[in-house]
Design a protein around this ligand. Structure first.
Ligand SMILES: Nc1nc2c(c(=O)[nH]1)N[C@H]1C(S)=C(S)[C@@H](COP(=O)(O)OP(=O)(O)OC[C@H]3O[C@@H](n4cnc5c(=O)[nH]c(N)nc54)[C@H](O)[C@@H]3O)O[C@H]1N2
Ligand SMILES: Nc1nc2c(c(=O)[nH]1)N[C@H]1C(S)=C(S)[C@@H](COP(=O)(O)OP(=O)(O)OC[C@H]3O[C@@H](n4cnc5c(=O)[nH]c(N)nc54)[C@H](O)[C@@H]3O)O[C@H]1N2
Ligand code: SF4
Ligand SMILES: [Mo]
Length: 766
């Protein structure tokens, strides 16, 4: 079969690629230097100072980068942000603009040859633009015309289920609530979101076991923990302020166990640039033990931990297991114990690539700890066995009674700053009946009950012609989704694609017959919708909800807020249907918050609660009262078989991950400082043993070819091999460049998340 992938363009500057030494610490002075240099270049000196001083402050705006929580108001610094938060602010606050002259000068065909980095670097979008059927260039149009165009297309569909309402995790709670209401009042649950590609496995694994798909810890728990386990996460790059929390925990005596195929700098040592110690380079050592695990070996590892904990309990009854917790609060312990006692150690060694003694030493850390926090991110969720792995985390936590007590708990670390909030607000293709009932009662209609499409199913529906309109509330669906070739071909079959965006990206260029760009305000900007100063609200990774208000002048006078745009589309599409007061919503976001308060569980009196200094924390029954809202009203022990997934001779397992200089498909620059990469992104990190065995050398250029059961060959060409410390058989390269290699149907079991961390590839000499 021929290659299925269109190759996204490659940056000409990549020829300057340099490979240096991998770092063994994160942050320090370079972090300050790099972030300030980028901020000043993009925003100028005065705006840099103004913006950064409001970042994550109680009366300022919430960092739009990751979902890491803020310390309580009294513990906040004047500079409560990290290098990557500063980069995100600078990127949004840039002085560059993409206006109608820009689009006149650049045809869509021309823009398709540019990289994602180049596209976003051109600056902020300034006014609504349309690409008409057969058109070569985007042209300006009025907001009124843009809304009627969307309304006409949506109302002309044969079924509401032919429309897809995608959300990226930056949308505020108010925008998200209005958006899901629009989709459901229109008649569909097709609400795919970036969560489908991200922490869906977490949401499912936790909902099925503890009854709620969210983490059970607060920042305080992290500070008080005796042991913090960090699996499948690179906090130094992706959640940099987590390192401050780890530093506090270490000072309080915590131990850290890190589990990762790569020895990420931010897991090893933190030089906190806000302390003299950090600036002098003394810093804080982080991981006390590091397990360099093979890809997707975590399920087997945690079953081995389970076994070793059971055996330790046998030796010293009552010292490891929390019998009281198990008997009062859990279900299924006996089956789990039986499954674990039969564990095949050889399978564990094969799956993890670790020595039994290393696993034992790590298990000793769990055995010794009375307060363990278990953290994870994409290295766990984007695997075929992700849901089973997360359930195994839960098993071990339940055995030791680590849920609902201070200093302990489960800590999935979310990605996008408001991805968790969007879910709370009903951005979910599978929202439960209880939510739909409340929504229907509040607005006087019967919401559709049939589950909608998730991200993968959305591509399939476009591909198969059963979906025709795609609306993106933020994000860059084309580049963030798996199987770029298939996804792009599917998007081109749409009749209309609409992107509500701040910056230009590939999703504006790979479009349906008609395409719209609707430019929106960012978090940093003053929102004067309805003639008054509006604020929005967001929820972080630890369920804390608070408000966010930007102060900067908008990038252009024509920008509209996300709320205003959603309400505009709703009015043009639904008119007076169900008498939903869209105009009032856009006039005063408190009108939306009032409805949120009546529909969303835990948000009663929402409009009042978010006025509290620092906001409020949403209820979480397992954390708060050790009640588990499952069918059994107990936490569930589950059993899963361990599969050792082997790959054919000469093949390798590729994981796709983030460099230090990107936020998802937003590429700030071409460096990955901690991994020693400069001026380029087309690299593959590979072990010395694999290089030797396959007959390649560091510095060789190869094409990556992925192999999947459908027999289709997917390629991504011209990557430089970089010898690196990674387990034999496991290689790594950046996303989104490697998305052409991830087969659409390669998904995590149950959650449907693309297996971005598990792609079988071979190298071909370029
Ligand atoms: N600066 C910055 N911040 C971000 C983002 C960004 O792009 N840039 N993205 C945001 C988003 S949306 C998200 S979801 C998060 C992502 O945050 P992370 O999950 O930290 O992101 P990745 O770069 O995908 O890193 C995955 C990590 O998992 C490890 N890993 C891969 N496979 C396995 C495995 O099988 N087992 C184990 N134990 N580890 C494995 C990898 O080596 C890597 O360290 O970050 C958020 N924050
Ligand atoms: N191979 C591979 N693929 C992956 C992953 C991986 O690890 N490997 N990770 C997955 C994960 S975890 C995620 S979360 C997804 C991310 O998928 P998305 O959320 O779809 O992608 P982003 O790159 O975050 O979106 C960037 C765009 O968002 C727009 N934007 C920025 N700020 C705002 C705003 O305030 N409002 C609006 N309306 N628009 C804004 C800008 O136009 C920008 O170009 O990618 C997934 N894809
Ligand atoms: S840790 Fe995340 S939320 Fe905090 S400042 Fe850094 S990027 Fe922003
Ligand atoms: Mo994510």
């Amino acid at each position: 079969m021929p290659s299925s992938s269109l190759e996204p363009p490659v940056d000409a500057a990549e020829t300057a690629l340099e490979v240096g030494k991998q770092k063994n610490y994160a942050a320090g002075l370079p972090a300050v230097r790099v972030s300030l240099a980028l901020a000043v270049r993009e925003m100028g000196v005065a705006k840099t100072a103004r913006n950064l001083l409001q970042l994550n402050q109680v009366d300022g705006f919430d960092c739009m980068s990751c979902a890491w929580p803020d310390p309580s108001p009294e513990h906040r610094h004047t500079a409560e942000f990290c290098e990557n938060g500063a980069k995100a602010v600078a990127w949004e606050g840039t002085r560059s603009r993409v206006d109608r002259e820009f689009f006149r000068a650049h045809s869509v065909a021309d823009l398709q040859t540019r990289t994602g980095h180049w596209l976003e670097k051109q600056g902020r979008l300034t006014e609504p633009m349309v690409l008409r059927p057969g058109g070569t260039h985007y042209e300006p149009l009025s907001w009124a015309d843009a809304f009627s165009l969307v309304g006409a297309e949506l109302t002309g569909l044969a079924s509401p289920d032919e429309a897809l309402f995608y959300t990226s995790g930056r949308a505020s709670n108010e925008a998200a609530f209005a958006y899901q209401l629009l989709a459901r009042a229109f008649g569909t649950n097709n609400l795919p979101d970036c969560s489908n590609m991200c922490h869906e496995s977490t949401s499912l694994g936790l909902a099925e076991t503890i009854g709620i798909g969210k983490g059970s810890v607060s920042l305080q728990d992290l500070h008080e923990a005796e042991l913090i386990v960090i699996s499948g996460q690179n906090p130094g790059t992706n959640h940099p302020r987590m390192l401050s929390a780890l530093e506090i925990a270490k000072r309080n005596g915590a131990k850290i166990l890190a589990i990762n195929p790569l020895r990420e700098a931010g897991l090893l040592k933190f030089d906190n640039p806000q302390t003299p110690r950090g600036l002098s380079g003394i810093g804080t050592e982080l991981a006390d033990r590091f397990l360099q695990i093979r890809s997707d070996g975590d399920l087997a590892l945690w079953q081995a931990f389970g076994l070793l904990l059971l055996e330790a309990e046998d030796r010293n009854p009552g010292t490891v297991a929390d019998r009281d917790f198990i008997s009062r609060h859990t279900h299924g312990f006996t089956e789990w114990e039986e499954n674990i006692r039969n564990l095949d150690r050889q399978k564990v060694l094969a799956a993890t690539g670790l020595e039994w003694a290393e696993i034992e030493a790590a298990a000793e850390m769990l055995i010794a700890s009375k307060k363990t926090v278990n953290c994870w991110s994409m290295g766990i969720t984007q695997h075929r066995n992700a849901v089973a792995t997360i359930k195994e985390f839960v098993n071990v936590a339940l055995f030791q009674g680590m849920i609902g007590k201070p200093g302990a708990g489960l800590c999935p670390v979310r990605g996008h700053s408001n991805v968790q909030g969007d879910r709370t607000m009903g951005i979910w293709e599978k929202s439960p009946d209880s939510f739909l009932d409340a929504l229907g009662t509040e607005f006087g209609f019967d919401p559709p009950r049939e589950h909608g499409h998730d991200a993968v199913a959305s591509v399939q529906a476009l591909r198969d012609g059963t979906a025709k309109v795609f609306i993106g509330l933020g994000g860059n669906f084309v580049s963030s989704m798996s199987d770029t070739g298939v996804t792009e071909a599917a998007m081109r079959k749409a009749s209309l694609t609409v992107q509500i965006s701040t910056k230009l990206n590939r999703s504006h260029l790979v479009t349906g017959t008609t395409a719209l760009i609707l430019p929106t305000l960012g978090r940093t900007e003053r929102d004067l919708t309805g003639g008054r100063e509006q604020r929005v609200t967001v929820e972080d990774s630890m369920s804390a909800v608070h408000s966010s208000r930007g102060r900067a002048a908008p990038a252009s006078g024509s920008l509209r807020s996300e709320v205003d745009i959603v309400c505009g589309i709703a009015r043009a599409t639904l008119g007076e249907r169900y008498a939903i007061p869209w105009a009032e919503f856009a006039q005063d976001y408190d009108a939306i918050r009032e409805r949120i308060g009546r529909v969303v569980p835990g948000c009663e009196a929402y409009a009042d609660k978010i006025r509290r200094r620092g906001g409020f924390v949403l209820p979480h029954p397992p954390r708060d009262t050790r009640t588990f809202p499952t069918e059994e009203q107990k936490a569930i022990f589950s059993t899963s078989p361990v599969e050792v997934t082997s790959v054919p001779e000469g093949r390798l397992v590729l994981q796709s991950l983030r460099s230090h200089d990107q936020f998802n498909t937003t590429i700030y620059g071409l460096d990955d400082r901690y991994r020693g990469i400069a001026s380029g992104r087309r690299v593959v990190f590979v072990s010395a043993a694999d290089l030797h065995e396959l007959g390649f050398r560091d510095g060789d250029t190869v094409d990556l070819v992925s192999e999947w059961e459908d027999g289709v060959t997917r390629r991504a060409d011209a990557f430089r091999l970089v010898e690196y410390s990674t387990p034999k058989g496991c290689v790594a390269a950046y996303y989104p460049e490697t998305n052409p290699l991830v087969p659409l149907e390669s998904q995590a079991i149950g959650s449907g998340t693309p297996t971005s961390k598990w792609v079988v590839v071979r190298f071909e000499r370029a």
